[in-house]
Design a protein around this ligand. Structure first.
Ligand SMILES: NC(=O)c1ccc[n+]([C@@H]2O[C@H](COP(=O)([O-])OP(=O)(O)OC[C@H]3O[C@@H](n4cnc5c(N)ncnc54)[C@H](OP(=O)(O)O)[C@@H]3O)[C@@H](O)[C@H]2O)c1
Length: 293
């Protein structure tokens, strides 16, 4: 089995896996992964099939991305090396019931369904397929996703590298223990919501101080984007970067004091902790119906 300590390498561009991939449920995340897989040339167009429940949507998808599509999940799974379960958590049990007779134990299953455990998936499938459980986030739609993956017992290093390559096509990937996926949900899964609030508040601050909303929006968005990029590229601790922009007696240190007195950092830590606890609660609720019926 692939050990969790073998961390993901750098973003895998143009890593042609030469494998057939079935995307079950081509919605927001499924389509985003499809786009990433094609753009990074992980698999050629003719080796990808997507399934769904509305023929018009599938026709549009087939025409846009030059892939095969089907209304029948079972047909999508036949001949696939990798089966990506991209449906909502409450649909996944039904989908597994449709495909499990057709599934071969050699097929790698990758689930993006929030909260559904590897154990529940394995039991519902009833076979020893290698299973990768993942928690991507919405930024995958712009290739800046933050995805964590956890591996089931039958996952080999080759399977792990395949899953990592797929998610690296739409952003950064980390490997975690499955129990840590709740914390991942609390941080990067739910995190975009926190950052949108920060951006919104910065815009309002600019408007309050007399900037037009358009100008304030442009400045706020670029400030968040640029600050994150600087942390990533410089690999410096954010506190060091903060110190670099706080001139003694200047504007930034006065604002930092204001943020500290309102407990900004404690609030964000609490937000991650609360979302992590909620993820655990929801996972327990979601996983029950996915168990064998
Ligand atoms: N969105 C996020 O930010 C995010 C982040 C992390 C994880 N996730 C996980 O990603 C999964 C998908 O989320 P999403 O936001 O992409 O949802 P979504 O846009 O609703 O996508 C789900 C897709 O599944 C299709 N579908 C429904 N029933 C099906 C069936 N029986 N067989 C095949 N396809 C079926 C839907 O078709 P129709 O559209 O035609 O109904 C839809 O295209 C969820 O499990 C969620 O937990 C999402």
């Amino acid at each position: 089995m692939f050990t969790q300590n073998e961390q993901a390498s750098t973003r895998g561009s143009s890593k042609n896996l030469n494998r057939s991939i079935a995307i079950i449920g081509a919605g927001n995340m499924g389509t985003s992964l499809l786009r990433g897989i094609l753009n990074a040339k992980i698999a050629p167009h003719d080796k990808i099939i997507a399934s769904g429940i509305h023929s018009e949507k599938l026709e549009r998808l087939a025409s846009k991305w030059k892939i095969r599509t089907t209304l029948h999940n079972r047909d999508a799974v036949v001949n696939a090396d990798v089966v990506m379960l991209c449906v909502k958590p409450y649909t996944i049990g039904k989908v597994i019931d449709e495909i499990k007779e057709t599934l071969l134990e050699s097929q790698l299953i990758i689930s993006i369904a929030a909260g559904v455990t590897i154990e529940a998936l394995q039991k519902r499938i009833g076979k020893k397929n290698p299973i990768v459980r993942s928690m991507p986030n919405i930024a995958s739609t712009v290739d800046e996703g933050a995805t964590a993956v956890a591996f089931g017992d039958s996952v080999t290093e080759e399977h792990a590298q395949m899953a990592i390559a797929i998610f690296e096509a739409v952003g950064e990937v980390v490997v975690v223990e499955e129990h840590q996926l709740d914390a991942v949900t609390g941080l990067s899964g739910s995190g975009p919501a926190y950052i949108y609030m920060v951006i919104e508040a910065l815009i309002d601050g600019g408007v309050k101080m007399g900037l037009s909303r358009d100008v304030a929006t442009k400045l706020a968005v670029q400030t968040v984007l640029g600050s994150a990029k600087l942390v990533k590229i410089s690999q410096l601790h954010p506190a060091i970067l903060r110190d670099q922009v706080t001139t003694p007696g200047g504007t930034a240190i006065n604002a930092v004091h204001e943020l500290e007195s309102h407990g900004l950092r404690s609030m964000l830590i609490d937000a991650v902790a609360t979302a992590t606890r909620r993820s655990k609660e929801l996972s327990e609720l979601i996983t029950k119906p996915v168990q064998p019926q």
